[in-house]
Design a protein around this ligand. Structure first.
Ligand code: GDP
Ligand code: MG
Length: 439
């Protein structure tokens, strides 16, 4: 989405004064980009209309930098679409604060319950996690493992008791033990159904939570929005946690949910690890979607430390997806001058998971030198076309670099993984859908 929007708006930049037609053309592209990103149709229509109205206004057309003005307006409207200001979780003045987590199966309730507990624990709260999913096998165990990792107590009564009773007992337990925050992890279902809603309603009326947080999977795009609407209608929710944003390159759910349900996104899940949770800031998300802020800081960083020409070349190659080992080597050498790789990766939109993949590779130390040795032992042809690397070539390379064939294989695997990732991030929207974005 970021690329498409940048493309649409970039065209304006090359123009001096804008005509109404310029703006209209750009807005048509913005509209297509948003639709392709699986943003709700009505939301797109309203959005484009609003932006267009503002853009053909006096101020923009007569400004010296009309394109910048248009971009600014798009940015502002994207922000307002997502709610303008950050919405916090309500903390009750009369503890314990009770948060009830709801959502479909696999959305990330249990993980997010833990993440939230950890988040508030860091702020000095004493959370208690309550295990109310008595249906999914090992659901209780899963929450216990999460609690253990975070050193947060988990209340459970096994899977024979009813979720309503567990929630009630959990609340009493919290009061007795001086826990000022209770997070109730509930069961989900594959689809929204009445049995699920009835159970959630009973828990709600019994424990009267201060917050009902709906957890939805951003990768499911518009389905996530539909789910949010159903839950909100049946149960009434106070806010949304949008998970798996680390794997979502479209941003459709993030953009539509607030506009469709009128409920704010309060947190976003950015990975499987228990500290991969961030408060949701509409303005930052808008910049991320527009792909400006982060890209800018990346370019700045690169300019400081990188050979500019080479950086440009690399960018082209990433776009064309024909990265080879020669680039890998150049890149590694440049990266060694740039600082921690994970930081750099973090600044490229959508590269979060690649960062995790490379997580345990120490790219600045010994490992890096070994990798360099392996690539340097390849012939030019082999570097350009890794498919050439058969068993005997691998043996030769291992010998030449003072490593083992396993090392060579591992590097090839890493390299392919990286290529695959790049393909995913630069690839077509369609391939994202094929990967199972829709449940
Ligand atoms: P529940 O059925 O709603 O309780 O969902 P779980 O908490 O069990 O999560 C389902 C899967 O999604 C697990 O494999 C989690 O690790 C994963 N998951 C949850 N949140 C995130 C996230 O923000 N990013 C990624 N990449 N995975 C997540
Ligand atoms: Mg669960």
């Amino acid at each position: 989405l970021a690329d498409k929007l940048q493309g649409a708006l970039g065209k304006l930049k090359s123009k001096g004064k804008l005509t109404e037609k310029d703006v209209k053309d750009a807005m048509r592209e913005v509209k297509l980009a948003l639709l392709e990103a699986d943003v709700n149709f009505k939301v797109v229509k309203d959005f484009v209309k609003k932006v267009q109205e503002r853009c053909v206004g006096q101020e923009v057309m007569e400004s010296l930098t009309p394109a910048q003005h248009v971009i600014k307006i798009v940015n502002e409207e994207l922000t307002s679409l997502m709610g303008d200001v950050q919405s916090k979780v309500m903390i009750s003045s009369k503890p314990p604060t009770v948060i009830m987590m709801v959502g479909l199966q696999g959305a990330g309730k249990t993980t997010t319950s833990g993440k939230l507990g950890g988040y508030f624990k860091k702020q000095g709260k004493r959370p208690l996690l309550v295990a109310c999913d008595v249906y999914r096998p090992a659901a209780i165990k899963q929450l216990q493992v999460v609690g253990e990792k975070l050193d947060i107590p988990v209340f459970n009564m096994g899977d024979k008791e009813s979720p309503v009773n567990i929630a009630k007992a959990g609340l009493s337990h919290a009061i007795k033990n001086n826990n000022d925050l209770v997070i109730i992890d509930t069961a989900g279902r594959l689809h929204v159904d009445e049995v699920l809603m009835d159970e959630l309603k009973s828990i709600k009326s019994e424990v009267k939570p201060h917050e009902i947080l709906l957890v939805v999977d951003s990768m499911t795009g518009q389905d996530a929005v539909n789910v949010a609407e159903s839950f909100n209608e049946a149960l009434g929710v106070d806010g949304v946690v949008l998970t798996k944003l680390d794997g979502d390159t479209r941003g459709g759910a993030a953009l539509s949910i607030r506009a469709v349900t009128q409920k704010p996104i309060k947190f976003i899940g950015m990975g499987e690890k228990l500290d991969d949770l961030e408060p949701f800031y509409p303005d930052r998300m808008a910049s991320r979607i527009l792909g400006m802020g982060d890209i800018l800081s990346l370019i700045e960083k690169a300019q400081e430390n990188m050979d500019l020409e080479k950086a440009k070349e690399l960018e082209q190659k990433i776009k064309k997806q024909d990265l080879d080992f020669e680039d890998f080597l150049t890149q590694m050498e440049q990266i060694q001058n740039m600082g921690p790789l994970d930081k750099i990766m973090g600044m490229i939109p959508g590269m979060g998971s690649l960062k995790d993949q490379l997580g345990d590779v120490d790219l600045n130390g010994k490992e890096m030198n070994r990798t360099k040795a392996i690539i340097q032992s390849m012939t030019a042809d082999e570097r350009r076309d890794p498919a050439l690397l058969n068993a005997s070539r691998k043996k030769r390379i291992a010998k030449g670099s003072g490593t083992s064939v396993q090392d060579v294989n591992r590097l090839i695997k890493q390299f392919n993984e990286m290529k695959k990732m790049m393909k995913m991030f630069t690839g077509s929207q369609k391939s994202m859908k094929k990967r199972g974005g829709f449940a």
